[in-house]
Design a protein around this ligand. Sequence first.
Ligand code: ATP
Length: 308
Amino acid sequence: MKIPAAPSPPTPPEEAAGSAGPPAERLPEPVLEVTGLTKRYGDVEALGGFTLSVAPGEIVGLVGHNGAGKTTFVEIVSGLVRADGGTVRVVGHDPHSARHMVGVAPQHLALYPSFTVREHLKLFGGLSGLRRGALHEAVDEVAADLRLTEFLDRPAGFLSGGQQRRAQAGTALIHRPALLLLDEPTAGADPETRQALLDTVRRRAEAGAAVVYTTHYLAELTELGATLAVAKRGRVVARGTAADLLTGLPGEVRLTFEDGTEDRRSTADPTGALVEMLAGAGRPVASVDVHKPDLDDLYRSLAVLDDD
Ligand code: ATP
C-alpha cells in the first residue's frame, strides 16, 4: 500500500545554489514517530506494537472498531498515560517535553462548566506560552475559525453539546501546535459544527501541522484528504489512501422492481454491474441503490488478519 509523498521541505539556500547535480530528494522529518507501542490494562492488551509516523501537513485518519486502541494511543502520545514499551517522538522529543507542541481534543469533553470559552482559550494558550497581544489575537482567530465568537463570554456549562465540542477543539488549536490529536472531534456534532471543525483542521494541515484524526466516518476523512491508518487489536494493520485501501473491495448494487422484487449483486465494479443489470432487467425498475465500499467493508476485508 502506498502512502502519498509528503510535501517537500523548502530547499535550503546552499543546496539551491550548489552545482553538484540535482538535489537528492529528502522527505521532511516526521512530526510524530511512534514505534512498537505496547500497553496492557490487567488482562487486556490495549496496544500490541502500535507503529505510526505522521509527516508535516499530513492528516492521518485513525480508524478501527471500538476497542482497537485508538484512544489509548492518543493518551500515550499526549503524555497522559505511560506506555509499557515502545517509543514516541514528537519533533524528536519525548511526549512529556513536547507537550507544548501538541494540541489534544480528547474523546470525552473536558471543560470547566463555570469557565467561559474565552477563559478556557486563554488558560490553554497561556499554558503553552502565549502572552498578551499574541494570546488575544490567537483567541479571536480560533473563535472565528470555530464560529465561537458570539459565545466567547458564555460559561462552558451553558453551551450546547456542539458548541462545547467546538470549545474543546479550540483549546487544542489555540497555540498552533505542530501536532494535533483529535479523538472523534465531531462525535454528536451537527452539520454546522462538523463543517467548522473540518475546515479548521484542513487549514491547519495546509499550514504545516501534522494531524491524527480518529473517527468512524469515512466521509469526513475523504473530505479532509486524509491518509488512513487502520487500527486493529492495538496495532496499525493497514496504511494508505482511501483509494488504495478501498479500491477492489466489493460494493453492492440493488435494483428494486415495481412488482416489489429485488436483484442484488456484490461487485468490485458497481457502475459496470448497474449497466448490465438495467439492460437485463426486462421489467420496470422502481429504484436503484449503489453501495460503495466503506469502512465496514474495509474492516471485513482485513478480517483475514485475525490470528484466532
Ligand atoms: P473506541 O472506538 O470505542 O473509542 P478505541 O479504539 O479508542 O475504542 P481504547 O479506548 O484505546 O479503544 O481501548 C483499547 C482497549 O483497552 C479496550 O479493550 C479497552 O476496554 C481497554 N482499556 C482502555 N482504557 C482502559 C483502562 N483505563 N482500564 C482498563 N482497560 C482499558
